[in-house]
Design a protein around this ligand. Sequence first.
Ligand code: SF4
Length: 284
Amino acid sequence: MNDNIQTIHFEHRSTNFNRLKGRLESSVGKAIGDFNMIEEGDTVMVCLSGGKDSYTLLDILLTLQKRAPIDFKIVAMNLDQKQPGFPADVLPNYLKNLGIEHHIETQDTYSIVKEKIPEGKTTCSLCSRLRRGIIYKIAGELGANKIALGHHRDDMVETLFLNMFFGGKLKAMPPKLVTDKGDHVVIRPLAYCAEKDIARYARGMEFPIIPCNLCGSQENLQRQNIKQMLHDWEREYPGRTQTIFTAMQNVKPSHLLDGELFDFKGIKVGDKVDEGDIAFDMGE
Ligand code: SF4
């Protein structure tokens, strides 16, 4: 056994690892409760990509399902998009060994994307649109009313900055949303989980990770830049990402400038001001 594997095995058994597992479980449980993500009788389709986030999501949901006070069903789903080199047997084997209900959908979106998008242009937006359509269709066929995705806290914070910097919008990624046709509810139970915790958990659990660069497309470069910016901030000011995330849950429309969210025009003498009168305090 090489040193790395030994370290992983040790980490797997250690108290620290159990603490990490407990932390992830309680964060997922809290997100489910706070946003009422899963209810009695739900069928939750968990989308597995083969990356650390979705393996962790499935694993934690299966643990929570065993001790939940409600009954709900979990079905795992993977979409094999026929990217060159995709190891098509890894996920089916993993899911068979777990012994849970699952569905593998094979659809060659890779060829469609390559055919439609000129060489050198980014393929992600068409690819994700195709993937989304297929995922919704499969959810319908499997009788799933909820679709669980593996996005986590850091994805949400990155999206906030992406939308601010490039879209001029104060908008992140919702923990729960209804699909356009209204047929399904998409949930993100890892919303409260930090990416570094998920990465450590995935290493300790030795999930059979499938690399995510098989399509050859550069993952959104701007997202990578923002990831790096947050990483640098975190190194200089530990805890900053969590503070930003907390701010996303603590919005004061009266102290922003969106007239749709707060009736600035209607303000008159005698009105109570949210958080008090701090008009002359630049720090606020
Ligand atoms: S990175 Fe590749 S697989 Fe992922 S969305 Fe972009 S084109 Fe699709």
